[in-house]
Design a protein around this ligand. Sequence first.
Ligand SMILES: [Mn+2]
Length: 554
Amino acid sequence: MPEYVEGKIYLWEKPERSGTRYNSLADALIAARGVRDTDGYVNPRLENDPFYGFVASRAEQFFGGEAGRVLISSDYDVDGTTSAVILGRAFKALGWQIRIFIPNRFQDNYGVNYNRMEELYKEWPYTRLITSDCGATELAGLSKFSKEKGVEVMVLDHHKRGAVGEGVLEINPHMGGADVQEHGYSTAVLAAMLIRAGMEKYPCLRPLLTGAEILAGLSAMADSASMLVQGARYCAKAFLAGANSSDAGPGVRALIDVAGITQSPTTTDINFKVIPLINAAGRLRDADIIVALFQEEDPSVARDIAEKLKTINKKRRMLQESVQQQALSLYREGDRVLIACHKDWHPGVVGPAAGQIAELLGIPVFLGGFVPARKTFSFSGRSGNGTDIHALLKVSVGDLPVHFGGHKVALGLKIGESDIECLDKLREALLKNAPKSTKPRAKISKVLRPASMNLANWNELTKMEPFGVDNPSPLFCLPNVTLKMQLLPSIANSCKGVLTDETGHHIPVLIFRNAKLAGTRSFHGHVVGELVNSINRNMNEMQFIIKDIIPQVP
Ligand SMILES: [Mn+2]
């Protein structure tokens, strides 16, 4: 297929194969995603996950032993806080005294922090240390710490493992067999599996299971777990179904409430309204407030905390908006990379700001804020077009005093305040080495006619939820249609209208935050977009959200 207005190249998710007939649109799409175990996809179960057996084989040792003091050391993001809370509840039920340590993004280093472990040990000698969502790269150091202090150390993590550490109990999908998709999990999903497996021997864990699965589902969505991996998929489903129920606990319910979600949430609601609320705390100050929220048992106190998060998130959005505007003004038309920093940019918002601009411009973007406590510029990089930015940095950094780490599409880099003049050299190298044009690619699932966009088909499509990594919301192409659009007064830069095909069938359509796509004129061509269910005056109504418009193909 050719290239279109937004500069994307469209590919078919899988070449349409003739001959096979499916019962429904959804069945055809699921088959096209290469799903073999359709039942496991539609009705996933935690205990049917390929990694469950491994987790179960270590559950007894994980929860066993004489109850003492356990320190849970975690991370400041959604996965870190939710996994710590799940484990904290479990050990409390087993009669342990618990403490949770969440590092601060600006004062503590990411991951295992031996200084703080040491301080906390002096103040509150613990008998067991559990690192959750971190520790996998620190096995050797943790083994040493364990021997020196006589503390049992357990590592529950899904990151790539470093050198092996003797005497450390480890649970990590990277230790699983060939059928375990290493990168498909979040730590909280592993924690929920531990509860599920442990409750056979420790019945006091049983009442914690549903709440754990719900929290784990939130983390799976926030942490880019694969929505084709059964355990992650199961938990995400449990979250969408249970977030509004009493099983979710006051913290989750307060979040849903404050986010303004009144019906059962969708993956879009969670990604755009709930996860930013949680992450805002870690981005601007301390994620301890998130742990407090999920541990809170009084609904009105939980509500107060969630309101506080809303205020923090408003500030985050403001700071991010200002960084985005300033950074965009530094972009020179035609450049293949944007790299910029400023002492006034908040280091907690440069990541999402870089992500937005990278998507807008379709080029790699690196933005840096300043961390006064460490006298360092801290950058976040986002690919924007599929360029491997880790490899790009590797060839561009040379002997410049730049430290970086991360992966192909997202990474962090640090430059000391006194070395910041090297930025010009780095920019030059990046501009020289960046590939000429790596066009973003989008996959179209199917060509559809407006006539087949009915509520029955839409209802069938909901069995493909939860959408997310590896299982995106299907993108449809509607060929040869006429659009009549008008600006939406209520949402900036958005429009609504009607789409009609040659046979006269028509459906309502929307364009969000990209009004220039269609303008307000009548338009003839092909459109690409997603089907959503809009709740309008309590009536279920299908709507087509246009993502791109393709002019007449010659
Ligand atoms: Mn994680």
